[in-house]
Design a protein around this ligand. Sequence first.
Ligand SMILES: [Zn+2]
Length: 521
Amino acid sequence: MTETSGVTRRGVMGGTAGLAAGAGLVLPAEEVLAQAAGGSARTVTSGPASVAAAEAAVARHAEAILRIRREVWELAELSLVEAYSFRVHLRELEAAGFRTLSVGTSGFPTAFVSEWTQGSGGPVIAFLPEYDALPGLGNAAEALQTPAASGNTNGHGCGHDMLGAGCTGAAVALKTMMQATGTPGTVRVFGCAAEEVEGAKVYFVRDGLFRDVDASIAFHPAPYAITGEISTAALAAINVRFSGRTAHAGNTPWDGRSALKGAELFGAGMQFMREHVRPTTRIHYIYEQTGVAPNIVPDFAQVWLTIRAADAPAVSELVAWARDVAAGAGLMTQTQAEFQVYYGMTELVPNLPMIGLAQAHMQARPPAWTEAEQTFARGCQREMRLPETGLATEVLPPLPLTRVGGSSDLGDVSKVTPLGVFGWPTVGMGTSLHTWAVTACGGTSIGDRASLDTARIMAGMGYDLMTNPALREAAKADLARRVAAAPYVPLLPPEMREPRGVPAWLRKTGLDDFVATENRL
Ligand SMILES: [Zn+2]
């Protein structure tokens, strides 16, 4: 948290946080837009009727969208303590006429819900901005791995600066489109804190906040423009703690019972499980605490375990098995094993009508880049020893059902509301997320352009959903059909009322006190 020093609350709240010095690709909003519209060889096809209106609405809010993108990139705050970043979103939403319904939502001090309504009885469409950064991925907006000028070692290596700016930007643009046509409906923005650790969306769903939502829309930064039947894995996050009895390891080892031995046998047991699980299963763990010195029998050890599988029931079965493994390891070592599932996410349920909708709006304006941006992306690829292919300029055809090994808290959302989600290029092709190159590209006009493009795509999707009841019904029918085969079973344990990683000072102080404390970070 101390890494964010140098960015003052005044800067954030005033909307003029300093931009990265030396970021050669930082341009005024009009210039980013002018280039996007006609500067490079973009293939413009007509697409859905709402495309042009979405484009105009995003142009009107371009300054606000770029403020969010740039300030959140500069802040680069870690999960659960994104205390200034979420305020950047709320500031722009409130300025655009949205009402803040909740702050500190579902036990997350940095989560929020904001909405705007016109008329009554209209549909509710949700947007899902995220804004947390990753440790160790701070980077200057330069095409090489080098620290940010601010000294902040955290960085947006997953591109949540762009993700957030695109989603919140889409919400304000959609409001403008609805006002122009007198369309009734509610635009709701969920401030999705802590996606990288214990993502808030799972708690929102558990707490019923999506009960009245007709459809949800999100995008994720990616190396490609792509959507399709992509399903992320279900996941359980677990702590296993072994308690033993300490003793002098030389003089009286027989008086001791090593918690570390319990943890080691647990690890061995998990390894033996591997042969007998499906290929879609992932088991990964680390030894978090193991003891302090070899001549002291460790009386405490802790393992941090993640289990992933194709769906929630499969994860639940594996969790039950792992619980038995822990108990067995405790028995064998005469230590106490405590097994705590503290978080979980379901698999993502793709939705065909929403995929078609996203595809249409993506294809209407495929990604287009300036030569300087292509050179920048190729420079990052060269540094990462990847083929120097630059940024994607094509929208790929929708993927058939594809199960990926990673997980997302969008999974739980997709189980209770039709979800439209797509990837949009923000980094050179073939580049992994969670790398410095994503931070670097995001800090330039590549990130600006991606935020504006995705805001346009999602505002158009939102408008079509608001105005087309048949589309909403088709999306709901697709969801109903899919969850009939796999009903929603939350993997978040019911006793969890807040994420375990909220720092005590943030919880105790309360957010308003916290925000009032100027120099807390
Ligand atoms: Zn991400």
